[in-house]
Design a protein around this ligand. Structure first.
Ligand SMILES: Cc1cc2nc3c(=O)[nH]c(=O)nc-3n(C[C@H](O)[C@H](O)[C@H](O)COP(=O)(O)O)c2cc1C
Length: 190
């Protein structure tokens, strides 16, 4: 499939069919992710693939807890309406785990090391596009406490679960979200 079609067709999916995702498809997605750029080629990522129903339930509970916390904190009404039950039916979850020790020359900069997170974000976007290219839908999910998910997934050391990518076949086509125009986002210095 044409890359630009894949980019344009990708939309966040929050309703999945129960069809399992094959190990081959999971490996295609992760195989694409590990081609993402990283500072000094540090490849600061690792992946935890979750298909066990009990673990998915626990991730869903943590997401609900986090959503309720954020709702109380922010008062944002949409959070109160954000139904997370779909998480229990996600066929496969891929946690993207970043290693803060694997950053680049940014470790000497004033703002401190951050490039490891950026590299993991590049890996995530690559995963979303790879999944789209093989007919699967995804959601980049971050509504959880990182320490809680770290314990839940048995992640050791300083590594941090940054995102969980929900993967499966979409039950319904996801609505297109509005985008700013190129004109609104670009400034040329010629
Ligand atoms: C860093 C990041 C974190 C996100 N976290 C969540 C999340 O926790 N839950 C969720 O439903 N969507 C999450 N999203 C998806 C966005 O809501 C979505 O990309 C945005 O609304 C645009 O819609 P689209 O992906 O369909 O184009 C996240 C996206 C990014 C890039």
């Amino acid at each position: 499939m044409d890359l630009f079609t894949v980019i344009k067709d990708r939309r966040s999916c929050r309703s999945f069919l129960p069809d399992p995702v094959s190990d081959a498809d999971i490996e295609t997605i992760i195989g694409a992710a590990i081609n993402a750029p990283s500072p000094l080629n540090s490849q600061p990522w690792s992946f935890v693939v979750v298909t066990a129903a009990a673990t998915k339930e626990k991730i869903c509970s943590e997401a609900l807890r986090c959503r309720n916390f954020l709702f109380e904190k922010s008062g944002w009404k949409w959070l109160g309406r954000y139904d997370l039950e779909f998480l229990k039916n996600v066929p496969a979850m891929i946690a993207v785990v970043g290693d803060p020790k694997k950053s680049g020359a940014d470790i000497f900069m004033e703002g401190g090391a951050g490039a490891w997170r950026e590299a993991c974000a590049a890996a995530v976007q690559t995963m979303l596009l790879a999944a789209q290219a093989i007919g699967l839908s995804t959601l980049w999910f971050t509504m959880f406490d990182k320490e809680n998910i770290k314990q839940l997934l048995g992640i050791e050391g300083e590594a941090v679960p940054l995102s969980i990518i929900m993967v499966g076949k979409a039950a319904v086509p996801a609505p297109a979200m509005p985008r700013k125009s190129i004109g609104e986002t670009v400034r040329y210095l010629r």
